[in-house]
Ligand binder design. Structure first.
Ligand code: THU
Length: 130
């Protein structure tokens, strides 16, 4: 059931701190412990110091004790089907598997589903580091 993840992402978007871009984003993760962890983008007057909704949700997941992303929903009120940015794709991939589902939403619900391997083919990984 992905609708609860959509609702969690939409609720998280309500906490976005985006006074500079005025582009609120919400993300919600269902983790391997069955719980939902959500986050919003948090900007900064020193623009590069701000960060996306996805890492806020990943931080909540890690601090909740969970280890893996089973599925993740993303929503932006000003962009239906807002895809995670390039950096966020790599951040999600760190805790995902190739079959992890990514849900892109509009204001009514999940509108597009893709897998991690579709969202980020050829992700960076190497045996040299681990
Ligand atoms: N943003 C996200 O939160 N997630 C994405 O994947 C795309 C971009 C945020 C960052 C910034 O606060 C605002 O959207 C405009 O780029």
């Amino acid at each position: 059931m992905s609708h609860d993840l959509f609702e969690a992402a939409r609720a998280a978007m309500g906490f976005a701190y985006a006074p500079y871009s005025k582009f609120p984003v919400g993300a919600a993760i269902r983790a391997d412990d069955g719980k939902v962890y959500a986050g919003a983008n948090i900007e900064n007057i020193s623009f590069p110091q701000g960060w996306c909704a996805e890492p806020t949700a990943i931080g909540a997941m890690i601090m909740g004790g969970a280890k893996k992303i089973v599925e993740i929903a993303v929503i932006a009120e000003k962009l239906p089907l807002c895809p995670p940015c390039g950096g966020c794709r790599q951040k999600i991939a760190e805790f995902a598997s190739p079959s992890t589902r990514i849900y892109l939403c509009d204001e009514t619900g999940v509108k597009e589903t893709m897998t991690m391997s579709e969202l980020l083919p050829h992700s960076f990984k190497t045996e040299v580091i681990g």
